[in-house]
Design a protein around this ligand. Structure first.
Ligand SMILES: [Zn+2]
Length: 237
């Protein structure tokens, strides 16, 4: 799938999971997700849903922070065996989740920085980066990212779920790649077999453009209305 489809799947995926996990406990974490956690989680998950493509030099995520993400891309591509290999495995999803969770336990500031970086990637992926004017789009993206991160910070969003959201976003990326014709080596390095290869629709083809992207858009709208109870916000007569 294209970057924007992956990012959208992160938003829809998080929104879909919220009602299922609300009030439950998992790995010692209790889920009490309010509006702030829903918005923050959607954007974090959208950003994380682009991370596996850091193994590709021309991916949206690799271009997001210029030399920084390009260098990271080079390192990850080398460490995980090239494009659509190790970064598209459960091992990568778990590693990223654990790394971020440890970061979250270690420092509150690190959490804010990481959330900022992921929201920037998410906005870039969702298409707020306008290709025609890179400098302007970079500034707009940075301001938007900063505004959202600060708004979430001041509203006291609880990020205990951060590592899980990152791992979940990576897994959503694998699903996205598997439903297109590209297989994903989910069990790398134990098995190099690319699961789902040759099945599904063509990346950026008519199915993705005319069916998947519109469906994801409808998903965002439906879940937003459902989760935020928007009708209640309308004036009562
Ligand atoms: Zn991919």
């Amino acid at each position: 799938m294209m970057g924007h489809s992956h990012a959208m799947s992160g938003v829809v995926g998080w929104m879909a999971v919220v009602p299922l996990v609300q009030g439950t406990e998992f790995l010692g974490l209790s889920f009490d997700l309010g509006a702030g956690e829903i918005v923050a989680g959607s954007l974090v998950c959208a950003g994380a849903a682009l991370l596996p493509d850091l193994d590709h030099r021309s991916a949206t995520v690799t271009k997001t922070y210029g030399k920084v993400t390009e260098t990271l891309s080079g390192i990850l591509s080398w460490a995980f065996g090239g494009h659509r290999v190790g970064t598209h495995s459960f091992l990568f999803a778990v590693l990223m989740g654990v790394l971020v969770q440890l970061l979250a336990l270690w420092s509150e500031l690190a959490v804010q920085v990481f959330v900022f970086l992921l929201i920037g990637i998410a906005l870039q992926g969702l298409g707020f980066g306008l290709d025609k004017n890179r400098a302007a789009s970079g500034i707009i993206n940075a301001l938007g990212t900063a505004a959202i991160t600060i708004a979430l910070f001041t509203s006291g969003v609880n990020y205990t779920w951060l590592g899980l959201a990152v791992a979940f976003g990576c897994v959503l990326h694998f699903v996205g790649d598997m439903i297109t014709k590209m297989g994903v080596p989910l069990f790398w390095p134990i098995s190099k077999k690319k699961i789902g290869q040759g099945q599904g629709f063509v990346t950026d083809g008519p199915v993705e453009k005319k069916v998947v992207t519109p469906l994801l858009t409808v998903g965002v709208i439906v879940y937003s209305v459902y989760l935020f109870d928007w009708p209640e916000l309308l004036p009562a007569y």
